[in-house]
Design a protein around this ligand. Structure first.
Ligand SMILES: Nc1ncnc2c1ncn2[C@@H]1O[C@H](COP(=O)(O)OP(=O)(O)OP(=O)(O)O)[C@@H](O)[C@H]1O
Length: 290
């Protein structure tokens, strides 16, 4: 169980922002942090990791106190037993895949390194350097490396955002596999609603440093006003005016669909927006998300 009550004044673009988090995460949960840029998602992970000190509060993980402002406890990141994976891999370029894993492994833990290389299927690449690997392969190395210290808590800061959709879907399966096989508690920052639905038990929506909604992905993202036989989320690739209507092209996972939309539906819509496509009286309709 993670129990975390922390406060911090952050310097946001528009002035100071009061960050406040009161969070309980049961062991084994995969929790998503979702919210606009600057909402405080990365700061949450950095404070849990010990890379940024809260102004006040307490963080307790599995009965161990990691941070407590009243008694002056603030464990260093290496003392916290966690794994961290960033979007940009952060691998050592001069070391091979295997050496990258061994670097973080406890002494004489060859078996752990072997097990992780098998788990994320890197056997054939273990003697190559990161520079010769694809983005998806590098991220598998980063994931394996985050696990060599046998962490109980895994922090993932948009680890798949830089990858193309096909690789992202495959990497999601690896993430789920390591989360389950290692009995991890995992916090994942993601902007991808499909990814959150597929992977996460629970999602917190952050706005201006505060949690404004929380629940299962279906509870949080399926608005009550939207009913329908089908609902899926995607990204707008194009908006073409027709005679009286618009044709909106939406990418949903690895499919591209076209939806006929009313001028009122596309008024606030731009290429790149995330949308919910739902059916209403058998016609598809679009809802802008965020
Ligand atoms: N060490 C710090 N001290 C004070 N303010 C900070 C510090 N680090 C970040 N901030 C500010 O805190 C705010 C939240 O940043 P954070 O990186 O947590 O947002 P985010 O939700 O992860 O955004 P994004 O999705 O763009 O990564 C930002 O306005 C940032 O400038």
């Amino acid at each position: 169980m993670i129990s975390c009550q922390i406060d911090k004044r952050l310097r946001a673009a528009g002035g100071e922002m009061q960050f406040r988090m009161d969070l309980q995460v049961p062991r084994g949960q995969l929790l998503a942090l979702y919210g606009a840029s600057g909402a405080g998602k990365t700061s949450t992970l950095r404070m849990l990791a010990g890379l940024m000190a809260p102004d006040a509060g307490r963080i307790e993980v599995g009965g161990n106190v990691w941070f407590d402002s009243t008694s002056g406890i603030n464990l260093r990141p290496q003392q916290r037993g966690l794994g961290f994976v960033f979007q940009d891999y952060a691998l050592f370029p001069h070391l091979t895949v295997r050496q990258n894993l061994e670097f973080g492994a406890p002494k004489d833990q060859k078996a752990v390194v072997d097990e992780l290389i098998d788990l994320v299927e890197l056997g054939g690449l273990q003697h190559q350097r990161p520079g010769t690997l694809s983005g998806g392969q590098k991220q598998r190395v980063a994931l394996a490396r985050a696990l060599v210290g046998r962490p109980s808590l895994l922090l993932l800061d948009e680890p798949l955002a830089a990858l193309d959709l096909k690789i992202r879907l495959k990497l999601q399966d690896y993430l789920l596999r390591v989360h389950r096989e290692y009995g991890l508690t995992t916090l994942l920052i993601s902007h991808d609603l499909g990814e959150i639905h597929k992977l996460c038990d629970r999602v917190l929506v952050l706005e201006q440093g505060q949690v404004v909604r929380e629940g299962t992905p279906s509870e949080v993202f399926q608005s009550d006003r939207i009913s329908g036989k089908f609902k899926f989320t995607g990204e707008v690739l194009g908006i073409q005016p027709q005679e009286f209507l618009f044709l909106v092209t939406v990418q949903v996972q690895d499919q591209v669909v076209q939806v006929v939309a009313l001028p009122s539906e596309v008024r606030a819509l731009a290429v790149g927006d995330r949308v919910l496509v739902a059916s209403k009286a058998f016609n598809p309709v679009l809802y802008k998300l965020d």
